[in-house]
Design a protein around this ligand. Structure first.
Ligand code: FAD
Ligand code: SF4
Ligand code: SF4
Length: 477
């Protein structure tokens, strides 16, 4: 092992410099600065080069983390990049937005007592450096194949599948109903977690490597699913989940109550320079308002922090469990607290109050009761503990369900689970329809970028086999 490694005993864990909360509140730029080269090398050298690296086991794309940390510590960044990009199509994006505390870093064996190796920030540093140095090149397949594939959805799952298939020489056509490539990377996740030019340069790279994007094309409306199947030799569905979960309670129809994704999309579009009427007229803008966000997941965290940046008068987050039991990343919650978000833990909404427009959320205090079958303590209302939180904007961030894809695609043969997610073979990703594969959130339910990438890679590998077999069969017949 290189003498440069195993430094966790003498070097403390450090993240890249985090901008102070006052300056963060002023803009939508990312909150972490880039690692300086020396710092990245130093942090990488903390790795103890485990024989069985649990960081890698718990990384959904099974990144070869110990090896690229070793190469980084030894200043061999070009090789570190080659290795890192061989298992991950969007390493600089995962380095920014994976919940590392729950994945690679949370599984690092030196986590206890010494703090884990800073894996995500090093991954981002390696790939950002590769972009800067011009090492990131468009795909140049060795052979061009006649067979074509359709990818429906240009989110991270679709991007990963398209990239992998194009590398093999297939003619890849990506269809998306939006006007930009990236799915939730562009319109869901705010710029302070992921600046948009990071996604744009990936989209351009794919196009430069021969992937054809058909934007503003809604499959099921503008082109039928049957036409897509007819036109292409195989199809992968990567449409994500977009149906916002709702709460039905008194006052739900008042003005000033909005779904989280509408709110975040408006903010992201504004940042990209688009004209957004509902932002200009104030419906989807928190400026000068008292805001209550309902929910405790990552989407809720993105809403509260967006509201702070838009100049809200006050921002409160209402969540029915406590800090320890919230589904969102603790790192993002800490960031939100630093930026001035006020968390109202153990509280659930009961009603929206107001005549025409919302003026308050009526809430009730909760306590955590006995655990359910999943092991999570169930929140229980405390009788007589109702209280009101005044607000002019209430944002509902309660999660997402899949749309009815078989109906939208007019394809009843496409089997779905009882939750409405598409049933796909866990290994091959093939659905109930021959030559149709499905990946990402539309299969898993709302999940993570890195899982969508993993699915995209797995689907591409089995599509390759499927396409080779169909080509062989054609030749034989
Ligand atoms: P998506 O990214 O949703 O992309 C699906 C694409 O399909 C979209 O572009 C859509 O326009 C297109 N599409 C849908 N239907 C059609 C159709 N009929 N025709 C044509 N195109 C269609 N994950 C993390 O790992 N870290 C985070 O910090 C994080 N933050 C998040 C914050 C928010 C606000 C949200 C909502 C999610 C967040 N996630 C995060 C989750 C992550 O964004 C998703 O798990 C991931 O984007 C799923 O990828 P996907 O490719 O399956 O779908
Ligand atoms: Fe960690 Fe995500 Fe990178 Fe895997 S892809 S090493 S989980 S940051
Ligand atoms: Fe290095 Fe931690 Fe991974 Fe072990 S678990 S190889 S120490 S990063």
């Amino acid at each position: 092992m290189s003498k440069k490694m195993l430094k966790f005993v003498s070097i403390d864990k450090q993240m890249p410099v985090k901008r102070d909360a006052d300056s963060r509140r002023e803009d939508f730029n990312e909150i972490y600065e880039e690692f300086q080269t020396e710092k990245a090398r130093e942090q990488a050298s903390r790795c103890s080069q485990c024989g069985i690296p649990f960081c890698q086991v718990h990384c959904p794309v099974q990144n070869n983390i110990p090896d690229w940390l070793n190469l980084t510590a030894n200043g061999r960044l070009d090789e570190a990049y080659e290795l890192s990009q061989s298992t991950n199509n969007l390493p600089e994006i995962c380095g920014r937005i994976c919940p590392q505390d729950r994945l690679c870093e949370g599984s690092c064996v030196i986590e206890k007592g010494f703090n884990s190796v800073t894996i995500g920030a090093v991954e981002k540093y390696i790939t950002d450096t590769a972009w800067e140095k011009g090492w990131v090149k468009p795909n140049a397949p060795r052979i061009e194949l006649d067979q074509s594939v359709a990818v429906i959805g240009a989110g991270p799952g679709g991007i990963a599948a398209a990239d992998q298939l194009r590398k093999k020489g297939y003619q890849v056509h990506v269809y998306d109903r939006y006007d930009r490539v990236g799915g939730l990377l562009v319109y869901g996740i705010p710029g302070f977690k992921l600046e948009k030019d990071v996604v744009e340069r990936r989209a351009k790279l794919l196009a430069d490597g021969g992937v054809t994007f058909h934007l503003n094309v809604n499959i099921g409306e503008d082109i039928t699913f049957a036409d897509i199947r007819e036109k292409h030799d195989a199809v992968v569905i990567a449409t994500g989940v977009y149906k916002a979960r709702d709460i039905s309670m008194p006052g739900s129809g008042l003005k000033g109550i909005v779904p989280a994704l509408d709110y975040l999309t408006a903010s992201n579009r504004k940042g990209l320079g688009d004209t957004v009427p509902d932002f200009e007229n104030g419906i989807l803008n928190a400026d000068g308002k008292n805001v209550v966000v309902i929910g405790g997941g990552d989407t809720a965290m993105d809403c509260v922090r967006t509201a702070i940046r838009q100049g809200a008068k006050s921002v409160k987050c209402l969540y029915r469990r406590d800090r320890k039991n919230m589904p969102g990343s603790l790192r993002e919650t800490t960031n939100a607290e630093e930026e001035g978000v006020d968390f109202v833990w153990l509280s659930a909404p009961k009603a929206f109050l107001g005549d025409d427009t919302v003026t308050a959320v009526k809430a009730i205090e909760m306590h955590l009761g006995i655990a359910d079958s999943t092991g999570r303590q169930v929140p229980v209302e405390i009788d007589g503990s109702e209280f009101d939180i005044p607000c002019d904007l209430a944002i509902k961030a309660l999660g997402f369900d899949p749309e009815d894809i078989p109906a939208l695609f007019n394809e009843p043969g496409l089997e779905v689970s009882r939750w409405g997610t598409i049933d796909a073979d866990p290994i091959t990703k093939m659905t109930s329809l021959d030559g149709v594969f499905a990946i990402g959130d539309i299969v898993r339910g709302a999940s993570l970028v890195v899982w969508a990438i993993r699915d995209g890679r797995d689907a591409a590998a089995s599509m390759d086999l499927y396409l080779k077999n169909t080509a062989r069969e054609k030749l034989a017949s």
